[in-house]
Write a protein that binds this ligand. Sequence first.
Ligand code: UD1
Ligand code: MG
Length: 449
Amino acid sequence: MRVLILAAGLGKRMKSKYPKVMHKIMNKELVNLVIETAKKLNPSKIGVILGYKSELVEKILPTDVEIYYQDKQLGTGHAVMSAKEFLNDEDILILYGDTPLITETTLKNLINKHKETHADATILTAILDNPSGYGRIIKDKDGNFIDIVEDADTNNEQKNIKEINTGFVIFKGSKLLFGLDKIKPNNKQGEYYLTDVPKHLDYVETYLLEDHSEVLGINNRIQLAEAEKIMRKRVLNKLMINGVTIIDPETTYISPNVEIKQDTIIHPMTFIFGDTTIGEDCEIGPMTKINNCKIGNNVKIIRSECEEATIENNASVGPFSRLRTGTVLKENVKIGNFVETKKSIINKNTKAQHLSYLGDATIGENTNIGAGTITCNYDGKNKHKTFIGNRVFVGSNSSLVAPLKIEDDVLIGAGSTITNDIPKGSLALGRARQINKENWVYQKREKGE
Ligand code: UD1
Ligand code: MG
């Protein structure tokens, strides 16, 4: 089977300088969502028909799809004709680039019915209370398919038919080629309708879809938001059914590729995106944003942002922390409030509980990073590395000027500016000594100053 996706339309009602199929839901372009679903069906090839501003759409498509161009949008039948070289004897499934909620399950059911019945074409239909705007399915009294009549071309009797064409259809390739030769633009809209093909075939089946939300087509930004909501709900429902607690689905945003294991709790106002994986018994949120992170079991992240970080079992983060790209927190690490990390590996049981910046650093096990510790990793031109060993105690408000190596069991006095490497087991002090001038204040007062 091959899949052909129609995506040439401009989408006037989006009121946008970008083609409709480039708009996003769940942070992914509509056309790419459809391609993703198509890929799950293992087709031998995927073709996409582009038209309006195709040079923009091309750039966001995966490289393994074949692109065809329809210069003028003369109808859905004309669109398919623009990809004639794509059609052969294989079955061909037609999808729309602006209808991204269609599921793999529905398409598989459609394909199975098509295979079992050996029909020339099998059309996905739905029954709508308000069918206006859609093509109507005309059947004889025994329920056999006769024709599809577009809304604009219906007579009064046909207008009342509630079974509609969703637009999704699978053809035997050879029959589609045969039928495309027969269609003419002699209708109200002066278009070549793909929906005029089936009536020229010997045997056409229909498959009735239960959940109408799957065929919500996106024509304006209100429908875009509706689709976002439906998609979001689907993702959250699936997680909840699989054993994840989501305290407030209304304020939780999780993208489809995220994996979360059983008994993890997601608190309100939380955003989890990308290819993030989260283990068991974690507590995430409230007010947390996570993108492309690998998170183990029993991890707690409160009011924080984490981007491309690895967080191992029993670690905790936040509130108000920011883990940036390349952060690795090993087991039991504690990152407290107002701590920023970047490209840093922090080993088992180490703590940085308050107000720190740890960048380009490797930190050993059982080390304590005192409040206000800063790795000075940037000299204005280059980034430099800091190595801190095991069981080190960095006193509060220390500046560690990289490149720097601090060996195991070092103790650094609070308020130090450390510019030289420190050997094992040493005490390091990098600050002026305190002096007390006794009675200095009283003497000043006596002089009346
Ligand atoms: C189409 C169907 C209608 C069905 C409805 C379901 C036809 C003639 N009608 O109508 O029976 O009920 O979808 O939503 O097929 N496109 C192109 N090139 C074109 C025209 C359209 O690529 O020249 C693409 C559009 O970008 C869109 C899809 O085809 O992705 C559907 O086109 P649209 O104009 O929305 O068709 P409808 O009038 O909604
Ligand atoms: Mg439409």
